[in-house]
Design a protein around this ligand. Structure first.
Ligand SMILES: Cc1cc2nc3c(=O)[nH]c(=O)nc-3n(C[C@H](O)[C@H](O)[C@H](O)COP(=O)(O)OP(=O)(O)OC[C@H]3O[C@@H](n4cnc5c(N)ncnc54)[C@H](O)[C@@H]3O)c2cc1C
Length: 473
């Protein structure tokens, strides 16, 4: 089918205004969030129903056209970027108009939504009913639930609630040939064979297009206590985490480590953020406790905990949020780090995980090996240390020009990833593989795992229609 005929067919499904072919408008659908991965497509479709997506997929399947599913375009590994070439057309199906709330069941504590719903909208809908959807991250104002599911997103509440995989009860997915796999049940128990929905969670759009989801909601914490504390080094951070878990138990929901370089970057480039503790402290931690019973005063307990840790010199300073606004201000610092990093100039980014006990070694060894390989420079280290997950960014050494530095990206990645893997960790904790880490997946994976991944991909998507050139495809 010629492109013109295709567009006519697509327009008859989604309407002319939702079949975008203007290159100027299409530009906004071609980049990942950092602007590192840039691609091309001549067609972006904005359908609003499962039926439309099924019809589009059928046309793509019959004509061997690749499809990149897209949500809010906040991917950090190029997973959302189309790579249409003269040899093979690849279109984008963006889910922004799939944004209907379908069913809220407060007894079942479940919410069914279309995949294009913005994460922060879902949080608000739950909150308005006295319930809680725990996935939370810096990109929550623009990322969509379909994208979150496809990357098996983590965020800042994994310590208590787990990754999004644990918050999904049902899915509806359009398969590569247009067939609809519907498993939108709100069940906590369902042992009826392979749990197929799990295949599509974290699949980065390589197996099908997620159209709707049934989310598990939780009881809304009745009160929070949030604190920013300073520690001398990551060993002290680990000691504090262990003691925090013993003191607060299940109620410890957040534990985010931030190096001084991160705080200083936020202070410099995003001056509207209030920085309550001196940015000269080598490390700071945002600790959060959320309680669903009212018989304890969280702030009082937080003060007791921190005073003890100050006495024993585990922490060197600390401040407890005095109001809801202050709590928001603390989180704003943490969430602003990826944006502040972008303004600091050329950098090479990593999203790695290790068993929690190995975090200090991961930081020390990565810094030392990179200094030896490429020279001294600013390192930004921050992240969900309560989950053993660190975002580790190597800035450009002053002695190098930008091109020479960025030409070293693959080698720098390999050094940091080797350190993580040798410590029993992963080279991709929560951002996924996309195009960025395909080589690393081949290099670090057990061949049996690679073979199984390919077998699954080939059996569900034999024509490699779905998100070609990503992950294993
Ligand atoms: C500032 C910032 C902070 C972040 N913080 C975190 C964090 O704390 N934790 C974390 O895990 N991640 C984080 N991320 C990265 C994370 O991957 C995304 O924010 C989010 O999960 C992706 O959602 P999206 O809608 O933007 O998806 P996109 O970027 O549009 O797509 C991501 C992937 O999902 C696929 N996809 C999208 N929609 C569908 C669909 N309907 N069906 C099938 N496949 C689909 C795409 O093909 C692609 O492979 C952060 C990103 C930014 C920019």
């Amino acid at each position: 089918m010629q492109q013109e005929a295709l567009c006519i067919a697509f327009e008859s499904i989604v309407g002319k205004q939702n079949c975008i072919t203007d290159p100027e408008i299409i530009k906004t659908y071609l980049e990942d969030w950092r602007g590192i991965h840039v691609g091309f497509t001549p067609i972006v479709l904005l359908p609003n129903s499962t039926q439309s997506i099924s019809q589009i997929m059928k046309i793509c399947f019959d004509n061997n056209i690749g499809v990149t599913p897209q949500g809010g375009n906040t991917s950090l590994c190029g997973a959302n970027i189309p790579h249409s070439t003269k040899d093979r057309l690849e279109i984008v199906i963006n889910s922004s108009k799939m944004n209907q709330i379908l069913e809220l069941d407060t007894h079942n504590q479940s919410l069914i939504v279309q995949s294009g719903c913005i994460l922060s909208t879902i949080q608000t809908i739950a909150e308005d009913k006295g319930l809680f959807f725990p996935l939370s991250m810096g990109a929550e104002g623009s990322c969509q639930i379909g994208g979150n599911i496809s990357t098996n997103a983590g965020g800042v509440n994994v310590l208590k609630y787990g990754m999004i995989r644990e918050q999904i009860m049902g899915l509806e997915v359009v398969l590569p040939d247009g067939t609809v796999f519907s498993d939108l049940k709100g069940l906590r128990k369902d042992n009826t064979g392979y749990d197929l929905k799990q295949l599509f969670i974290g699949a980065e759009g390589t197996l099908g297009f997620i159209t709707s989801v049934c989310l598990k909601l939780f009881s809304q914490p009745t009160s929070y206590s949030s604190a920013l504390v300073a520690v001398e080094n990551p060993f002290k951070a680990l000691e504090l985490l262990k003691k925090g878990k013993a003191f607060f138990g299940e109620n410890l929901t957040g534990f985010e480590l931030m190096s001084s370089s991160c705080i200083q970057a936020v202070e410099k480039y995003l001056p509207s953020c209030k920085i309550p503790l001196s940015s000269l402290y080598p490390w700071q931690i945002l600790i959060e406790v959320g309680n669903i019973t009212t018989d304890q005063n969280n702030d009082e307990r937080m003060v007791v905990f921190l005073e003890k840790e100050l006495e024993t010199a585990v922490i060197t300073d600390g401040i407890v949020a005095n109001s809801i606004q202050e709590r928001k201000d603390f989180w704003r610092i943490r969430h602003a780090i990826p944006e502040a990093e972008k303004y600091t100039g050329s950098a090479i980014y990593h999203d790695i995980s290790v068993p929690i006990s190995k975090i200090p070694e991961l930081i020390e060894q990565s810094i030392a090996e990179l200094e030896e390989y490429i020279g001294k420079s600013t390192v930004f280290a921050f992240g969900h240390v309560g989950d053993g997950n660190l975002h580790f960014t190597k800035g450009k050494p002053a002695s190098m020009d930008k091109t020479s530095f960025l030409n070293e990206t693959a080698n720098v990645h390999r050094i940091v990833h080797e350190v993580a893997v040798q410590l029993g960790g992963s080279f991709s904790a929560e951002h996924g593989i996309g195009t960025k880490l395909k080589n690393e997946l081949e290099h670090f994976s057990d061949p049996v795992k690679l073979e199984l991944l390919r077998t699954i991909k080939n059996s569900i998507d034999p024509k490699n229609i779905m998100n070609p050139n990503k992950l294993i495809s």
